[in-house]
Write a protein that binds this ligand. Sequence first.
Ligand code: DP6
Length: 366
Amino acid sequence: MLDKKYRDEALDIDKQDLSSIPHAVGWESPSNIALVKYWGKKGIQEPINPSISMTLSNMHTQTRIHYARAMNEHGRVWLRFNGTDNHPFGKRIQRYLDTLDSYFPFLKSLDLHIDSRNSFPHSAGMASSASAMSSMALAICSIEQNLREEPLRSDHFFQKASYMARLGSGSAARSLYGHYVEWGQHAYGSDEFAHPYAKKIQEPLSFLHDSVLVTSTEPKKKNSSSGHDLMEQHPYRQARIEQALNNLEKINRSLKEGDFHSFSEVVEEEALSLHAMMLSSRPGYALLKEATIRIIDELRAFRQETGTQVTFTLDAGPNVHVLYPTREKEKIRQWLHQQLKPLCENGKMIHDFTGNGPEQLHNGTY
Ligand code: DP6
């Protein structure tokens, strides 16, 4: 539906004078952690089930683009990712920019100098593509905004950026907004773009800490996109879709009532089901490490003994996201430090929390 609209309104700048418009844009966009997981695609980058995530804060990508009318007939792109010109992820970004060409035909008339950097290790199952692609989508949409005679209204701008981010990485669609974010058709909502969670959330669930216990920073042996592909013929595909729909209902109730216990049940079931889907794919594969399982066992034992409000989730990787409300922060940090740090690779933990969404860094000349 929006595909046609965005193609119809595509902006070309063949003859436009660019001298008076800004020439640099920059956005910082956060990572997000899914609580009900998107796993499996249909159509063009649309999810087979709706998902809900919490936006993070410290884990983010900053993307800055300097642009000018192309020196030659066709525009060129210079791309630095995490400080290097030939980063392997650069190729994926380049492919993504090629995908965007038909929505933003003005790109072919521009030379782009792109600098994109993550605040956290890349490709270690920490949704680095979500923050990278969403910051890239925002930067490109901002260039368009600067070139338009009539800029889009803020809500339309973010909706378009979410749509475009989705084309780069599904989970990136949700990084466009702060707090809790939904993506996918359900009672309401869309498969084409994400939207902020609109219902009231009761304490202590409106703001959570997320300490990521990094058990491995090795590149994953299977990326998410091929994992999604295996859902097409997955023996449990239908059951998984139903489970996600049920869990979305349940988590809605937990958020409304501020019920940490039922929230934990859903979030842990989702994390373990995601990995169960990987294990039972054809062919099956495992991304979990021994340390992942040990951390989960330790966390459950600690919760049982102390009654602490703490839960965990997993991304498509071996690192454990430990979630807890502020009132448990001191107790949990001490426990993490003493008991779980030794299970992490080089003792690495990343402390994060619910974030407010992307921030514009720059819009002007250079
Ligand atoms: C397990 O968004 O990384 O993190 O759309 O192929 O880029 P692509 O996949 P991606 O998949 C993320 C899956 C997940 C769950 C989630 O974030 O909902």
